[in-house]
Design a protein around this ligand. Structure first.
Ligand code: ATP
Ligand code: MG
Length: 265
């Protein structure tokens, strides 16, 4: 099985999808193969990886796989990404659409929380990493993701609400991991995103993070327009040819090296 990382936080807009997509790019730059699983009905990861749903030629997505609830059936939903080589060779996607929302009503069915794990069984054994992009809630879609994951990673901004939401995400996992039949699951890393230099409020929050999360604070990533540009244009940062993009791509590559090291521990 690939090393599966669920990327989450109980707050929207903290950079879960940005991290999923650009980390996939930088893991590929290290020669690693990656399966991205989009577990957010917003389907932002799917779009940013160049996936377009064509209703005249519909393909199965993660929603159909979970609905079928059969071992390994997510293999049928794997699709190529729209990026150029070498990323196209190394990164695959199980996309989402807005209708993933329909799976939430199944939450009360006995065993439903294990369905993503079941449908992914054996599907990602040939990949080095599986990155699961969670929605900004602690509800059923996130619980499906956590039940299937080897480890969780949290993205947060150095702002009060995002830090509180990261604490909720961590505590939820600590308490619920046995219920999710994944008792060893932990948040192994915190990625502090959208950091602005010389902003007093950020400095204050950054100072408090080691006390809350200890050595699991992996890195600080800056707020930079190029990161939004890459997301909007659905490309890896390396496709943007300017110095800031190169520097940000290097920061994600360093993050990928850390992830590779942590997965081997
Ligand atoms: N470091 C950054 N610098 C500049 N813009 C960023 C940065 N990180 C994320 N963004 C932008 O902020 C917005 C929110 O980021 P993103 O979609 O990754 O967050 P999210 O946590 O996945 O949100 P949601 O909870 O809605 O799924 C996007 O427009 C993204 O391009
Ligand atoms: Mg997102």
């Amino acid at each position: 099985m690939a090393y599966r990382i669920a990327i989450g936080n109980n707050k929207g807009g903290t950079g879960k999808t940005t991290t999923t997509v650009q980390l996939a790019a930088s893991l590929a730059e290290h020669g690693k193969s990656v399966l991205v699983v989009d577990m957010d009905p917003q389907a932002n990861a799917s779009r940013r990886l160049g996936f377009r749903f064509d209703s005249s030629a519909p393909v199965p997505t993660i929603s159909e796989a979970i609905k079928q609830d059969a071992e390994g059936v997510a293999a049928d939903a794997i699709t190529d990404i729209g990026w150029d080589q070498p990323y196209r060779d190394l990164i695959d996607l199980i996309p989402a659409r807005f209708d993933l929302e329909n799976r939430i009503s199944e939450a009360a069915v006995l065993g439903a929380v294990s369905r993503l794990r079941k449908v992914l069984a054996g599907v990602d054994s040939e990949y080095d990493f599986t990155l699961i992009d969670c929605p900004p809630s602690l509800g059923h879609l996130t619980q499906l993701s956590l039940a299937a994951a080897t480890a969780a990673v949290c993205t947060l901004e150095p702002e009060y609400d995002a830090v509180e939401a990261a604490v909720r995400f961590r505590d939820f996992i600590d308490v619920q991991a046995p219920e999710l039949k994944n008792p060893d699951l932990k948040v192994i890393g915190y990625i502090v995103n959208r950091v602005r230099a010389n902003l007093g409020a950020h400095d204050f929050q950054l100072e408090g993070l080691p006390e809350l999360f200890g050595e699991s604070v992996w890195c600080h990533l800056e707020e930079r327009t190029v990161i939004k540009d890459a997301a909007d244009s659905a490309v890896p940062l390396s496709a943007l040819k300017n110095t800031t993009a190169r520097n940000q791509a290097a920061a994600y590559k360093e993050l990928a090296a850390l992830v590779i090291k942590k997965a081997a521990e």
